[in-house]
Structures are given as structure tokens and as C-alpha cells.
Design a protein. Structure first.
Length: 213
């Protein structure tokens, strides 16, 4: 793997599968496990064999401007894209791990055509009727997972910016639902809104941040 944001294209694990004759390889990833508000969003991507976009890597290693620049290129070059979104209410009902796995499963099931193999970011397999392989730090090892992480991050950020207009006191435009000092202070003052995850520590009234007197 090269230093910096852009790996060498042959370092991606897809090459070994393409050389084995697998042509439809999906990568799936999710974003939004840690925030106190908003949905968890997953994306799945299939690229045509040997299609590699320079700059694709783990979305956390890219700036917002870089992610936005790659977003339309990924959509244009991909063979298929699927999204899966679970709401804060669903997260509270089944817990964030299960919500993340369900979101990823939905994203893969929304792919058309269906994959020959699914590369899953992390160490939890999904309830899917397709062969799959889990990859720790898969968004840095797999081109398709890296692309999926970018799509999921951009989509979730856009959803949180829309929520900012509904609930401006929390400044979701900037914090995207994460527990920043400003966000926690707003929770302390105003209480949670309809997109807060009520089962998360930091949202419950007894665990909110209180500024020093």
C-alpha cells in the first residue's frame, strides 16, 4: 500500500478475485455507528472487472471536498449501487450493531445485478444468500468497500444537513450527530429531538454534558 490517500491499484484485494474469474464483486460498508443522532447508512458497490478509480480509500482518510468529488465518479463508473438506511427508532429497538448489519444487508440486497461475492468491512458476516468475506479495515484493502464507505458517508452527511434545517439548535450541519461539546450542551438545554438515539449514553438526561459554572 502506498503512503498517503491513494493506494496502488494492484494492492486492492479485488485483483485476486478477478483473476479467479469472479466478475461481480460487491463491497459493503456503513457509517454512523457512533453518533447520538441520525440514521445508520450503508452502501454496497459493484465495479466492472479491473475498474479502479484513483483516490478511492477509507472515507475517513478523505476530506469532505475529496469525498464529494469522488461521489459522482463512483456512481458513473460502478456497475451497481445499493443503499440501506435504518432510522434512529430502529437503532434504539435492535441496538446499533444489529442496525449496522441490517443496513449493510439491505444495501447488498438492493444491488442489481446480484454479486458473486460480497466483501464486508469488519468482522461480522451478514445474513445474505451470497458468498462473503469479512475484511478488517476493508475500506483500505478493497476498492469496492472504500467506494461504498465514500457513498455511505456522503449520503449520511447530506441527510444530517437536511435535519439541521429541521432542528437547527443542535447544529447537525457541523457535527453530523456526533457528541461534540456544542451538541451535548444543546442536548442539556433543549433535550433530545425526534432523530436522537434515546438509548445512547449522552442523550439520556442523567448523562448529558453540563458546562462548568
Amino acid at each position: 500500500m502506498k503512503k498517503g490517500n491513494t493506494p496502488d491499484k494492484f494492492s486492492y484485494c479485488e485483483w485476486s478475485f478477478w483473476r479467479q474469474g469472479l466478475s461481480s464483486i460487491a463491497g459493503v460498508d456503513e457509517v454512523g455507528r457512533g453518533p447520538l443522532a441520525g440514521p445508520v447508512v450503508a452502501a454496497a458497490v459493484i465495479f466492472p472487472p479491473e475498474v479502479i478509480l484513483p483516490g478511492v480509500t477509507d472515507s475517513k482518510r478523505l476530506s469532505p471536498r475529496q469525498r464529494l468529488a469522488l461521489f459522482p465518479r463512483i456512481k458513473m463508473k460502478s456497475l451497481a449501487i445499493g443503499l440501506g438506511i435504518l432510522s434512529p427508532n430502529e437503532i434504539d429497538r435492535i441496538n446499533i450493531l444489529q442496525a449496522s448489519l441490517q443496513a449493510m444487508g439491505k444495501a447488498v440486497r438492493n444491488l442489481n445485478p446480484k454479486p458473486d461475492l460480497v466483501l464486508v468491512d469488519g468482522n461480522h458476516s451478514l445474513d445474505l444468500p451470497f458468498p462473503q468475506q469479512c475484511l478488517i479495515q476493508g475500506d483500505r484493502l478493497s476498492h469496492a468497500i472504500g467506494a461504498a464507505s465514500i457513498l455511505a458517508k456522503v449520503v449520511r452527511d447530506l441527510l444530517m444537513e437536511a435535519c439541521h434545517h429541521r432542528f437547527p439548535v443542535y447544529n447537525f450541519r457541523m457535527n453530523k450527530g456526533y457528541g461534540t461539546r456544542e451538541h451535548l450542551a444543546a442536548l442539556n438545554k433543549h433535550g433530545p429531538c425526534s432523530i436522537h438515539r434515546l438509548t445512547f449514553r449522552g442523550v439520556l438526561s442523567g448523562e448529558r454534558y453540563r458546562p462548568p459554572s
